[in-house]
Design a protein around this ligand. Structure first.
Ligand SMILES: Cc1ncc(COP(=O)(O)O)c(C=O)c1O
Length: 500
């Protein structure tokens, strides 16, 4: 507690009464996250003695803090920092949206609401795997949008076919052909983002109590969908080259799931990729046990080291794979656009579920995106994003290689947007997050990517470089690594650490 007291200095020349000064100092320490939720304040006696002020002054300041919701008192135990102050802090809420849009979970929201993780204008944001708005191709999209309005007039605003605007489905098939996936516009379902795709598939195919298999850890947004539908998640530990096939087969036999959800290339959050051999075997199991596989392809195009992973869909001879593609990482997440390739046997159910959800994805956006592809803007922009991300990837890998403490490990994924760091067992990741947030560095704690059923590890963090400018990467990674080292050297609670 001594260090809290050391942080409180009174201004002798101030006209403000001492109790107001103490109130303001403590409020600042709570507001900037130095004192986190549920931390016990020094006792009245201690504060009065160490600060050399009257007890009544301390009591008055604490009473005012309590009245304003910054602290709460437990009779007989003392006074503690409360989290409710965050609710009235509009600026912090505004900033936190930057993270919440991508990794919204109760767990992460509570870290933010407790002031343990906060974003400011100066934050180096390794928590979000979304591109920053300065990378969006606004001018080219405007050209496509204006031309569509001129060309289609009011038709651009009428209801659209639930399956999606046919010319766009044709354009998508052409682009997919270049990625070795052969499909027909009739197999395509346009969706308002991959998140909606996961939800629609669940709605169409799963009933409460059904089982689904997922990797562990996995994309938090998918976990949220499955839980909201009352589906049972059988999660299987993910290794650097994919799930263990024998564990997969055992799990399929045991739980008889309807679906398997996988992110085979540069997985979120780990960056791991399923080997091509395992992909083949996985499809064989899907055939053998009559199972559909959701292939969530959010960044397979970002292959920076020529790994050449083959999509499950391009190997799918027996219509087992539901391929879901997000445009949020390469294009503009707020557009809410993506597509699925759906096996004919379930297409009817899927279109019905899409219709029940939002009738159709915006016709204007679909038409504009179709023209955007046809004009060659898509090819140009995806190459641009590839180059931007590749530079950030190389810079982050180099920074980690130069700074990472010996007992922190990770596997170079070769592509994607995420790196999965394994800290020593028992490492207090929440404390690390709080300390780093004080230094304006944010990242996603690994814990939020587990469905909580099995194989949960608490000592990982996900570093995403999608939103971090190249010139900030070395500095951000340096601070993170230094903080880990200091926490280890001291082997004590972060509150005793010197401020970096
Ligand atoms: C693996 C994965 N799937 C799906 C999504 C959702 O994407 P969209 O913005 O297209 O809904 C995300 C978003 O981060 C993701 O990481």
């Amino acid at each position: 507690m001594i260090e809290i007291i050391e942080l409180i200095k009174f201004d002798k020349d101030s006209t403000l009464p001492l109790y107001v000064q103490l109130y303001e100092k403590l409020k600042t320490l709570i507001g900037d996250g130095t004192l986190v939720c549920d931390v016990r304040l020094p006792s009245i006696r201690q504060l009065s003695k160490e600060l050399g002020i009257n007890r009544v002054t301390v009591v008055t300041a604490i009473r005012e803090l309590e009245k304003d919701g910054y602290v709460y008192t437990k009779p007989g135990s003392g006074t503690f920092v409360s989290s409710s102050f965050i609710v009235t802090d509009k600026s912090m809420h505004l900033q936190s949206n930057l993270v919440l849009d991508e990794v919204y979970t109760q767990e992460y929201a509570s870290l933010i609401n407790n002031g343990q993780v906060s974003l400011t204008e100066n934050s180096i944001n390794f928590a979000s795997a979304t591109p920053t708005p300065d990378l969006f191709p606004v001018d080219d999209f405007k050209v496509a949008l204006n031309e569509v309005l001129e060309r289609d007039k009011g038709n651009a605003f009428s209801y659209q076919d639930s399956q999606g605007y046919y010319p766009l489905r044709e354009s998508i098939c052409r682009v997919l052909g270049e990625a070795m996936i052969t499909c027909n516009p009739d197999d395509i379902q346009i969706i308002s983002g991959a998140q909606q795709g996961i939800d629609i598939i669940s709605k169409a195919l799963l009933r409460q109590g059904d089982y689904i298999i997922t990797e562990s850890p996995t994309y938090a947004g998918a976990i949220a969908v499955f839980k909201s539908r009352g589906v049972q998640i059988a999660d299987i530990e993910l290794f650097e080259d994919g799930m263990s096939l024998s564990v997969l087969e055992y799990t399929i036999k045991k739980y008889k799931p309807r679906l398997l959800y996988t992110i085979p290339s540069f997985q979120n959050p780990t960056g791991y990729s399923c080997s091509n051999h395992k992909r083949e075997q996985l499809l064989k199991l899907a055939d053998k046990y009559d199972l559909y596989v959701i292939e969530d392809d959010y960044v397979s195009d970002l292959d920076f080291e020529g790994k050449k992973y083959i999509t499950l869909k391009s190997m799918d001879k027996n219509n087992r794979v539901i391929f879901i593609k997000s445009y949020s990482k390469i294009f503009m997440p707020g557009l809410r656009l993506g597509f699925m390739i759906v096996p004919p046997g379930i297409l009817g159910n899927v279109i019905e579920a899409k219709h029940a959800t939002d009738i159709s994805t915006s016709g204007l956006i679909q038409r504009a995106f179709d023209l955007y592809i046809r004009k060659g803007f898509w090819d140009k922009h995806s190459q641009f994003m590839y180059d931007v991300y590749k530079e950030r990837y190389i810079k982050t890998i180099n920074a980690l290689d130069n700074n990472l403490p010996q007992n922190v490990t990770y596997k170079k994924p070769g592509g994607g947007l995420n790196l999965w760091l394994s800290l020593p067992p028992g490492f207090h990741v929440n404390k690390l997050a709080s300390l780093c947030a004080l230094k304006d560095i944010v990242f996603a704690p690994g814990k939020i990517f587990y469905s909580g059923n099995s194989s949960q590890k608490l000592n990982n963090i996900r570093l995403s470089f999608a939103s971090v400018y190249v010139e900030h990467i070395e500095h951000g990674v340096g601070i993170l690594c230094k903080t880990i080292e200091l926490m280890e050297q001291k082997n004590e609670s972060y509150r005793n650490l010197p401020i970096l």
